[in-house]
Design a binder for this molecule. Structure first.
Ligand SMILES: NC(=O)c1ccc[n+]([C@@H]2O[C@H](COP(=O)([O-])OP(=O)(O)OC[C@H]3O[C@@H](n4cnc5c(N)ncnc54)[C@H](OP(=O)(O)O)[C@@H]3O)[C@@H](O)[C@H]2O)c1
Length: 404
């Protein structure tokens, strides 16, 4: 995303108050979309901290552009590079896990939780525990540790807003006063690049093919997860925790145009939906202005140009990852922690050319089976328990991949 941006044409965000903001995962796809909004609204955002893993050069550029107070890289060996890139700016530089947790917990009005993977769990929890409002993109927090994460949200009394476009859509049409009148929640899925590809051909899919999402421009892990439809399974689990609704009230509908992002069906037969262009700046801006709205220069949805919106049921035979995620959600406890960890390892192995595309769900399924007796359905006690199950799943998958 080009962050050489002009201020928003409207120039006046009426009565939106100034906001202190921290961006975890600032150098990523979601992080850069958030920074784009910051740069278009000079004077509104006071950036407390920006955090990344190892991309010190890019982080320093973003920190300078936003006049952030603090920039942190998780990888300690990147601190020298970050310090050099920030020399003379007056911006504090730090590195390491403790520094990331400190950045997340610094008092601020909102933390954008956009680290990828289970690595986002502890920092996002640190923000929640501090009582900082959180705009959550890191769905892995809810897949890996949903019950614990939501318990901490309730304990701290913090505000949790969804960044994921489907959950933002549902949040926008979810009538809080009428939650018990909801029949079902529907998450839409583009179906990814292989929606109509025969199963035989899917075995030969390359990383380059899988990284080409038809509608969304995202980081590599979520792009591969979208191609396998594991991402949609994660999103159902995310919705289960966020909206505290019955598992049998959650549905997935394939909608290739990615115009309708989510729907809520009420008892009177009304189906409420949110529509928009596939651009993450809309759901991010929704969090940054909530409960108001703010201007964002995303392409407006031209329904006449789109012409028709189509919907179809997902195919769980060609997309076994979706089935595995739904089964893990039903099993509960450690099963979804294993699901996420196994998928992270399998996606990395696929991108490294070590396994095939259809091996991703195969690795995840074998790991779920191997660890089910020990952790499936077992309520995890705390974050250390979650991270221990996560580590065990990664090891099991690594052995499976090495032994092929
Ligand atoms: N992209 C989307 O449109 C989208 C939509 C909905 C939800 N999400 C969710 O949002 C999250 C981020 O996705 P993304 O597509 O933006 O990912 P991405 O482009 O791969 O960016 C990941 C970000 O996380 C940082 N990071 C990775 N490991 C870290 C660690 N251990 N400590 C601190 N920072 C770390 C990376 O830093 P480096 O650059 O230094 O590696 C980078 O800033 C994911 O959970 C994804 O599922 C994304």
């Amino acid at each position: 995303m080009d962050t050489q941006v002009e201020p928003t044409a409207a120039g006046h965000e009426y009565d939106l108050p100034p906001m202190r903001l921290t961006v975890l995962g600032a150098t990523g796809s979601v992080g850069q979309s958030a920074i784009d909004i910051v740069l278009r609204n000079p004077g509104r955002f006071d950036v407390v901290a920006v955090v990344a893993n190892s991309n010190a050069e890019e982080l320093a550029i973003l920190a300078r552009k936003t006049s952030a107070k603090l920039a942190v890289v998780a990888r300690e060996e990147c601190l020298g590079q970050l310090r050099d890139a920030l020399a003379g700016s007056g911006i504090e530089a730090a590195a390491g896990e403790a520094a990331v947790l400190d950045a997340a917990a610094r008092p601020t009005d909102m933390v954008i939780g956009a680290i990828v993977g289970a690595a986002g769990l502890k920092p996002t929890l640190a923000a929640v525990a501090q009582g900082n409002s959180v705009a959550l993109a890191n769905k892995e927090c809810l897949v890996s540790a949903g019950a614990l994460f939501m318990a901490e949200v309730r304990r701290s009394g913090t505000t949790l807003l969804p960044v994921d476009s489907e959950h933002s859509a549902i949040f926008q049409v979810f009538e809080n006063g009428n939650a018990e009148q909801i029949e079902k929640i529907i998450l839409t899925a583009s179906g990814g690049p292989f929606r109509t590809m025969p199963l035989d051909a899917m075995h030969k899919v390359t990383p380059a093919q899988a990284l080409k999402h038809p509608n969304w421009d995202m980081g590599s892990r979520i792009t591969i997860d979208s191609a396998t439809m594991m991402n949609k399974g994660f999103e159902v689990i995310e919705a289960f925790h966020l909206f505290q609704i019955g598992q049998d009230q959650l549905e997935v509908l394939v909608h290739p145009q990615s115009a309708v992002h989510g729907l809520v069906q009420y008892r009177d037969g009304s189906l409420l939906a949110q529509l928009g262009s596939p651009d993450m700046r809309t759901p991010i801006a929704h969090c940054l202005a909530w409960p108001k709205r703010m201007s964002v220069p995303v392409e407006r949805l031209d329904l006449a140009k789109i012409g028709s919106l189509t919907f179809e049921a997902p195919d769980q035979v060609r997309f076994p990852a979706l089935r595995l995620a739904l089964e893990a959600m039903k099993r509960g406890g450690g099963a979804t922690t294993i699901l996420n960890a196994a998928d992270e390892v399998a996606v990395a192995a696929f991108l490294a050319g070590q396994i095939g595309f259809m091996d991703i769900p195969a690795v995840v399924e074998s790991c779920l089976e191997a660890l089910d007796a020990r952790h499936g359905g077992r309520e995890l006690m705390d974050v250390d328990d979650v991270l221990a199950v996560d580590a065990e799943a990664r090891k099991t998958c690594g052995q499976w991949i090495a032994g092929r």
